[in-house]
Design a protein around this ligand. Structure first.
Ligand code: G1P
Ligand code: ZN
Length: 544
């Protein structure tokens, strides 16, 4: 085997977004494109010689090819060991789990999360650091800077590695270890949750559920954990075989894209519990019979009930939520007497808080929930957490959420997405809001009075780093909020996200439809931000 130094030219567009570098597959297929980015990652790291790298992806189209490229480059760059999931597979939370368990230097995740896959779909690549979490901005910016002047990369002239048999193989002086992608993660889940209790609920015959893997990575994880370890019947698992194109679907677990599951849970004969995860297994959606739990509410319920599970019996150090996530968790933190951290969008901002022991649970409104058990959001973890609560409380999902709202009040919440709009128009909208923000406080809109308005900036309480321009917040005197920001994960045009929230303490007023409850705020958002004017759209493309 020989090491090769291949000449290349920099690409101008390799700046990692909210969650790594995401592009259409044909972009990644340009000669040297993937290699350039991988070399830029390695060049931005120090001291990995002889150390361990974890590599795996969500199984989408181009995954297997990319894994072979990365393996050769990891060998040529001097890693001592590369741990790769069998078949090139690892869910995002499983990569985080393995990095931590095996004390690896870092890991590379191949995924574009919930974005559609296939030859014309999306592909993505992301670097995770030694704590198992996404690289902080300092590193992603260094990668981008490096990518802009890269002149060559290192690889080998070796053949493809057999990815389908577990075991160790030597390539040059690097050991390539192919492992079962599920076992370690499943063991961790068994340690955190009361599997015996969940199993008796499932065996009781009084409980039925469905889990939708959406033809993506959680299929094999669900089979091992839900079916083999917890006794859920195979028919309860939908779309559990991963496909390179995710079956042509859009594996985003929400009311729009997980429609088949939603129809089952809202139909007659609905099961007691329904859940889904996304392309790479880090998102989750929780449903009860005729009932949808918003991710913001889910975080609040898990926090309020965490003491009922073995893994969190000791209580929580604190809760962290992304800025646009509803303030439902704030009320729980307040009652528990623990700290609540409001961070910018993106999981990477939770890493320091978790490492420093300041937060135990964290969550985002975008169907992401997780804890200090690893450093990514974790779809199946949230599903198992809910199953553990259901097994202990022996109440329906609906009863649990209703009781929660009676006790804490309800934060009506919705997100309106304007996908693929003209990037200039979307930029102008944010610019004009930024300019107007200072003059909004004190203004009245119907029953609402603006209390504050700003362009959210965050100073990390652990390392003091400052992240600015994280979204426009408009807060009202009654605690309601309107938030607007541009997506950092899209691959076409721009996506404007409008987040709406209203607090309702009165139990008699807590069963409205969210869109009805938020109708005034939706109108006010249009009046202040002139969304139709700037996006040239009459309505959002996705409402969750
Ligand atoms: C979206 C979500 C964000 C999440 C990210 C990665 O980012 O809004 O909460 O962390 O995907 O899953 P956005 O497209 O809004 O930048
Ligand atoms: Zn994801």
């Amino acid at each position: 085997m020989n090491t090769l130094e291949v000449k290349t030219r920099p690409f101008p567009d390799q700046r990692p977004g909210t969650s790594g570098l995401r592009k259409k597959v044909p972009v990644f297929q340009q000669p040297h494109y993937l290699e350039n980015f991988v070399q830029s990652i390695f060049d931005s790291l120090e001291g990995f010689q002889g150390k361990t790298l974890v590599v795996g992806g969500d199984g989408r189209y181009y995954n297997r090819h990319a894994i072979q490229v990365i393996l050769r480059m990891a060998v040529a760059n001097g890693f001592g060991r590369v741990i790769v999931g069998r078949g090139g597979l690892f869910s995002t939370p499983a990569v985080s789990c393995i990095i931590r368990k095996r004390r690896a230097f870092g890991g590379i995740v191949l995924s574009a999360s919930h974005n559609p896959a296939g030859p014309d779909g999306d592909f993505g690549i992301k670097y995770n650091i030694a704590n198992g979490g996404p690289a902080p901005e300092k590193i992603t910016e260094a990668i981008f800077t490096r990518s802009r002047n890269l002149q060559c990369y290192l690889t080998t002239d070796s053949d493809d590695i057999d990815l389908d048999t577990a075991g160790e193989q030597k390539l040059g002086s690097t050991l390539i270890e192919v492992i079962d992608p599920v076992a370690d993660y499943a063991d961790l889940m068994e340690h955190l949750f009361d599997f015996d209790r969940i199993r008796s609920l499932i065996d009781s015959g009084l409980f039925s559920m469905r889990f939708d893997a959406m033809h993506a990575i959680t299929g094999p994880y669900a089979v091992e954990i839900l079916e083999n370890r917890l006794g859920v019947e195979p028919e309860a698992l939908m779309h559990a075989t991963p496909r390179e194109d995710f079956g042509g679907g859009h594996p985003d677990p929400n009311l729009v894209y997980a429609k088949e599951l939603v129809d089952v849970l809202f139909g007659s004969q609905a099961p007691d519990f329904g859940a889904a995860s996304d392309g790479d297994g880090d998102r989750n959606m929780i449903l009860g019979r005729q009932c949808f739990i918003t991710p913001s509410d889910s975080l609040a319920v898990l926090a309020a009930n965490a003491h009922l599970t073995p893994g969190y019996r000791q209580g929580l150090a604190g809760i962290a939520r992304s800025m646009p996530t509803s303030q439902a968790a704030d009320r729980v933190a307040d009652r528990l007497g623990i700290e609540l951290y409001e961070t910018p969008t993106g999981w990477k901002f939770f890493g320091n808080l978790l490492d420093a022991g300041k937060a135990t649970l964290c969550g985002e409104e975008s169907f992401g929930t997780g804890s200090d058990h690893l450093r990514e959001k974790d779809g199946l973890w949230a599903v198992l957490f809910w199953l553990n609560l259901l097994a202990v409380r022996k109440e329906s999902v609906h009863a649990i959420i209703s009781a929660h709202w009676r006790s804490f009040g309800r934060n009506y919440y919705s997100r309106h997405d304007y996908e693929g709009v003209n990037a200039d128009g979307a930029g102008e909208l944010i610019e004009s809001l930024r300019a107007a923000a200072g003059s909004l406080p004190g203004k009245r809109y119907g029953d609402y009075e603006v209390a504050f308005s700003d362009d959210f900036a965050y100073t990390d309480p652990v390392d003091g780093s400052l992240s600015e321009h994280q979204g426009i917040r408009i807060g009202f005197t009654d605690g309601s909020r309107i938030v607007l920001r541009l997506s950092g994960t899209g691959t076409e045009g721009a996506t404007l996200r409008l987040y709406l929230e209203r607090y309702e303490p009165d139990p008699a007023q807590q069963s409205l439809d969210a869109q009805d409850a938020l109708a005034d705020l939706i109108r006010i958002a249009e009046e202040i931000a002139r969304i139709r004017h700037f996006t040239r759209r009459e309505a959002p493309t996705v409402i969750t």
